[in-house]
Every structure is written in structure tokens, then in C-alpha cells.
Design a protein around this ligand. Structure first.
Ligand code: BG6
Length: 348
């Protein structure tokens, strides 16, 4: 059985759905599609991590300062106002696609590359995410909704003016949050997530920012603050590729240092010739390979994490929507969230 989202609206409805499905099918025969898992660049996260030996030793709390995951879309709700009103950005993007990205970045190496072992490791990550208390929701989550804005030379309508959307909608079209994976590898490393519709630029990427060197040998010749940290960026889409930023000496004297990128970009024709995410997943399902599908415990664990946020949002007064403009980089409160930790979002 192949199932597309939504797999429920919250933990309770997801469990109910899973019970119904299991009344007829065994879990082995259920293929829950999360199309992000079918993307070449998402599959490449595991290859990058586990087909190379040199990244594993630094892929942990000793060396990583924080992880930033962005899924910024320029499109609006594209005629799906009715669905989106019920879902909002948290259910539409964070519960599924973004938590899948978190689990691939944070998981331990599986014993085998197959449906059982890969998914076992992903579930452990989801179950290790620190539950959101009301205080966490207040301090570590931001909801936004875009109003009218200028996109290039065009005036764009606000979310409340989209077809099928209530004129006083309280649905979020943007979410930013900070979460922690309380595992041996990741304890106290913040994972910052943000996603939104009608944003300034389309960009889905994972940025792993490393800690700075313990002492700055070159402090006499450079302003220490101007030397950014080492950064590994996985660009899921567009401009698909991976970059590693490090510092190099500018030839000549006096001594000057500048950041450079070691860059891998896909050959565009290779990517264009590859099957689309859905083609990949449908073929895998027909061949009985469930590695790239969400298992019941995975979706339930993801809903469990979302439960704390949804409960907090239900309890707290809603923000004064719209609190963001179409084609911006997100609401100001999202900057406050990350700046409170003396960090900043990557430019959009
Ligand atoms: C879908 C969401 O799951 O993913 C849409 O329902 C969103 O709202 C889409 O636009 C994004 O997918 P992609 O592949 O364009 O990043």
C-alpha cells in the first residue's frame, strides 16, 4: 500500500490512521511517501556522510557549533488554500520533510543500508528530540504569516487574500524554531529550522557550522571576528551541490586571510536525466524496497515532537498576523530567536 501525506493531523490521528492501515496491511507492505526522501540531493546526505571517512570524526558536538536547515519557497499556496488553512507550515513542511532532513543529518551509521536499519537509526533521532515545553515554545519557536509585499517589480497579495483562505486566517505560513537532539553525539548542539512560503529566494539547504579554532594564531593580522567559521553547506535545491568553506592566505604580504569554498556542483544534465523524486519512490515501492519511506514509528515520533509545539501555540496568544511581508527573508522575530544565541541565519 502506498500512502501520500497527510498521515494525520496530530499524533492521535496519525496513530488512528496507522491502526487502520495495520488492520489490513503489515507494516512491511506500507510505503508512506515523503517525496523529500526521493530527491537525489537528500539521498546524497547519507552517501556523503557514510561513504566518506573524513567527516565522521567531526560530525558531533565536539566540533559542530550548530546546524541550520532552511526550506524557503517563493511560491504561495498555489490554489491549495483549503488544505493549507488546516495544515500550516508546521504540519506541511516541518513534521515531515524537515524532520526527515534532521534525522538524516543526525543519525548514527546504520549496520546495513536497508529499510530496517536505516529507519531504526532515523527513529532514534526523532525520539531523542527534546520535547517542547510551553517555555520552549515561547522562546524557541516563531510563527509568521506573510502579508502583501513587493516581489521584484510586482506587488504580491498577502496570504489572507489567497483563494480559499480566510480573511482573518490564523494559519502560519512561516516557522522558525530551535530544537535539540538529546543524544550522545548531539547534546546541546542547536538545530535551527526555518521554512516559509513566498519568501525572498527559493533555497533548501542544510548548513553545518563548525566551532572556531581554539586560539587565533593570526590575531595580529586579522580581525578575529571577520574570520567566519568553517561551514559545510548541502544545497538540496536549487543549485544542487555541497560546499566546504575554509580559510586561505591571500598571496603576498602583509598577511591577509580570506574564506574560500571547496565546491561540488552537480552536472546539470546528470540531475536532469535522473528520475524525479516520485519516480524513484514509486519504482522502489514496486520493487519492495522501503528504505526511503517513512515507517509508522517514524511518523508517530515526528508528530510527538510537533505535539508540544502545537499545544503551546494553542495555549499562547496568536501573533498579530500578518507579521511578515511577501518576498522577505522572514519575520523579525525569527532573527531575534537566533540572535539571542549570538548566531545569525544564513542570507537568503
Ligand atoms: C509539499 C508541500 O509536501 O512540499 C508543499 O505540501 C510544498 O506545500 C512542497 O510546496 C515542496 O516540495 P519541493 O519538492 O518543491 O521542495
Amino acid at each position: 500500500m502506498i500512502v501520500e501525506k497527510p498521515y494525520g493531523h496530530d499524533l492521535e490521528s496519525c496513530r488512528k490512521l496507522n491502526r487502520l492501515i495495520h488492520a489490513i496491511f503489515s507494516e512491511e507492505d506500507v510505503y508512506r511517501i515523503d517525496h523529500y526522501l526521493g530527491k537525489e540531493t537528500v539521498q546524497n546526505i547519507l552517501v556523503f556522510r557514510f561513504a566518506n571517512g573524513i567527516f565522521e570524526p567531526v560530525w558531533n558536538r565536539r566540533y559542530v557549533d550548530h546546524v541550520q536547515i532552511t526550506v524557503a519557497e517563493t511560491i504561495g499556496v498555489e490554489g491549495r488554500g483549503g488544505y493549507y488553512e488546516e495544515a500550516g507550515a508546521l504540519r506541511d513542511m516541518v513534521q515531515n520533510h524537515m524532520l526527515q532532513l534532521v534525522s538524516l543529518v543526525a543519525m548514527e551509521a546504520p549496520i546495513f543500508f536497508d529499510g530496517r536499519w536505516v529507519r531504526d537509526e532515523k527513529v532514534k533521532v526523532l525520539e531523542a528530540i527534546r520535547p517542547f515545553t510551553l517555555d520552549d515554545v515561547l522562546d524557541s519557536t516563531v510563527r509568521g504569516q506573510y502579508g502583501r509585499g513587493r516581489c521584484g517589480t510586482q506587488e504580491a497579495p498577502g496570504y489572507r487574500e489567497e483563494e480559499g483562505v480566510s480573511p482573518d486566517s490564523k494559519t502560519e505560513t512561516y516557522v522558525a524554531l530551535k530544537m535539540f537532539v538529546d543524544s550522545w553525539r548531539w547534546a546541546d548542539v542547536p538545530f535551527y529550522l526555518r521554512t516559509g512560503k513566498r519568501m525572498k529566494r527559493r533555497s533548501t539547504e542544510i548548513a553545518v557550522e563548525f566551532k572556531r579554532p581554539p586560539t587565533l594564531l593570526f590575531r595580529d593580522s586579522v580581525d578575529a571576528k571577520s574570520l567566519g567559521p568553517n561551514l559545510l553547506t548541502m544545497r538540496i535545491q536549487p543549485d544542487e551541490g555541497i560546499s566546504l568553506r575554509f580559510h586561505t592566505k591571500v598571496p603576498g604580504s602583509p598577511l591577509r586571510i580570506r574564506p574560500m569554498n571547496m565546491d561540488f556542483t552537480y552536472v546539470p544534465t546528470d540531475l536532469a536525466a535522473a528520475p524525479t523524486a516520485y519516480e524513484t519512490l514509486l519504482l522502489d515501492a514496486l520493487q519492495g524496497d522501503n528504505t526511503l519511506f517513512a515507517r509508522n514509528d517514524e511518523v508517530e515520533a515526528a508528530w510527538d515532537v510537533m505535539g508540544g509545539i502545537l499545544a503551546g501555540w494553542a495555549e499562547l496568544p496568536p501573533p498579530d498576523f500578518p507579521n511578515d511581508a511577501a518576498c522577505s527573508a522572514g519575520p523579525e522575530a525569527a532573527n531575534d530567536l537566533i540572535q539571542a544565541d549570538r548566531r545569525r541565519w544564513r542570507d537568503l
